[in-house]
Write a protein that binds this ligand. Structure first.
Ligand code: SF4
Length: 106
């Protein structure tokens, strides 16, 4: 790697870091900067097959205390209201929801 490549990489990293610092000033919380994925709807075929519900307290046949927020497949940040799930690529689930694929976090 030559000096020109190192300089370009350094400038790119500086620009990314600067952009990340400016996101809150633009009214975009960093954790939500990529939170544009739509929520899974109850009529989604996969959601129906897995008996996904948005409110785990109303689910039947699920392990007591289980919900998306404490599932190993949940990709949202700790304490988030909603986030991604490995079962539903490109969509989000509610942290309070649950489905039949729930698995405890390690
Ligand atoms: S796999 Fe886990 S995070 Fe995904 S919908 Fe089911 S319970 Fe929620």
């Amino acid at each position: 790697m030559n000096d020109k490549t190192n300089l370009s990489r350094r400038r790119l990293l500086q620009q990314v870091a600067t952009g990340a610092m400016l996101l809150p000033l633009a009214g975009v919380p960093f954790a939500n900067a990529y939170a544009a994925d739509p929520l899974v709807t109850p009529d989604d075929p996969t959601a129906k097959a897995l008996k996904y519900v948005e409110d785990a307290s109303k689910a039947s046949g699920m392990k007591p205390g289980s919900h998306c927020g404490n599932c190993a497949l949940y990709q949202g940040a700790a304490g988030s209201a909603q986030g991604g799930c490995a079962i539903f690529p490109g969509k989000q689930v509610k942290a309070a929801g649950v489905c039949a694929s729930w698995a405890p976090k390690a």
